[in-house]
Write a protein that binds this ligand. Structure first.
Ligand SMILES: C[S@@+](CC[C@H](N)C(=O)[O-])C[C@H]1O[C@@H](n2cnc3c(N)ncnc32)[C@H](O)[C@@H]1O
Length: 213
């Protein structure tokens, strides 16, 4: 890691990092931010953080929690937090599922899972972050009408996401026509992974689900 980034990890990260909670702890996301925030959003697996940083810039009244264990990605997001003086970002540098278990019901107003690792081999499908255990956790955290955004470029994961999301009573898929999932909406910044997928000619899917009663 370059020296400047290492310095951000040493000095800036401790000011924005969410400590790993102890077993049985509860973590209120609204309490993580110095100023009161209208809403708190969650991004799982932010990679290098391009999407998260852009959302934080465009939505200063929202607090955004990003989960990402990959330290080089964390360092890249820290560089943006520093460059744009972002006060509304907090970072959890561990498995997002720990946070999902720890936060109270209806405490997150929007969640993003963008290009999660596809785990294409059938025997690895159980490692996929979108699945039977995380979907109910996300449903618990999101209030009615809150939005869950998921993207993938992997055809088998696309089918998997739809199969698992559509059988869950907690969410309704917003799409009415193919453009609704083939075209990335304007308020959805792109990511590094997505750019690579596009460069390789892979079709990306952009799913928006609403939490329903
Ligand atoms: C394929 S990358 C996509 C990164 C980014 N969202 C993008 O679109 O460029 C998937 C990311 O999810 C992270 N990840 C995988 N499992 C995770 C978990 N359980 N909790 C949080 N992040 C996770 C990985 O470290 C990786 O950076």
């Amino acid at each position: 890691m370059r020296q400047a980034r290492q310095q951000l990890v040493d000095t800036l990260l401790p000011t924005v990092e969410i400590a790993v909670p102890e077993e049985g702890d509860s973590l209120d996301p609204a309490q993580l931010f110095a100023e009161t925030k209208q809403e708190v959003w969650l991004e799982i697996g932010f990679g290098s953080g391009e999407h998260l940083a852009q959302q934080a810039i465009e939505n200063p009244s929202v607090g955004i929690i990003g989960c990402e264990p990959y330290i080089n990605g964390v360092a890249r997001l820290l560089a943006d937090i520093d460059k744009f003086d972002l006060k509304n970002v907090r970072i959890f540098r561990d498995d997002a599922r720990i946070l999902l278990r720890t936060m109270p019901d209806q405490s997150i107003c929007r969640a993003f899972v963008l290009f999660p690792d596809p785990w294409p081999k059938v025997r690895h499908h159980k490692r996929r972050i979108i699945g039977p255990s995380t979907i109910p956790s996300l449903a618990r955290l999101l209030p009615v009408d809150a939005e869950l955004r998921i993207a993938t470029d992997d055809p088998s994961y696309k089918e998997w996401i739809l199969q698992h999301m559509l059988v869950d009573d907690g969410f309704v898929w917003r799409a009415r026509r193919p453009q609704d999932w083939r075209v990335r909406p304007g308020d959805w910044p792109s990511t590094r992974y997505e750019m690579k997928a596009n460069a390789a000619g892979r079709q990306c899917s952009y799913f928006m689900f609403d939490r329903r009663d």
